[in-house]
Design a protein around this ligand. Sequence first.
Ligand SMILES: [Mg+2]
Length: 123
Amino acid sequence: MKGKILIVDDQKGVRRLLEELFKKEGWDVKVASDGQEAINMVEERLPDIILMDVKMPNMNGLEASQIILQTHNHVPIIMMTAYGEIEVVKKALEAGVKKCITKPFDIIVLRDMVNNLISEQTA
Ligand SMILES: [Mg+2]
């Protein structure tokens, strides 16, 4: 196992795609469909890395990341933003989000981003 990854997105198709990709890569994958669910899952079992969508019902990804980083400031979060969400990116990075990637993205780029963040953590 490469480690534990939490994938957070309200779109089932995105969750499925990323879940499949990271499982194939050897990750222990968990998924959540909104910010509140993500927070609950982090409290249950701290992941090694989180992929977080921004626009989601109940609680958005920015708010959820801010809350998670208040208690787990070391957990790397990659935020999946939409084109033009410059304010969101700014606030996310201020809150301690490590990277932002604009949707739609190449999943290979995302995979490499995850691997790089993890090797930085363990270096
Ligand atoms: Mg969304």
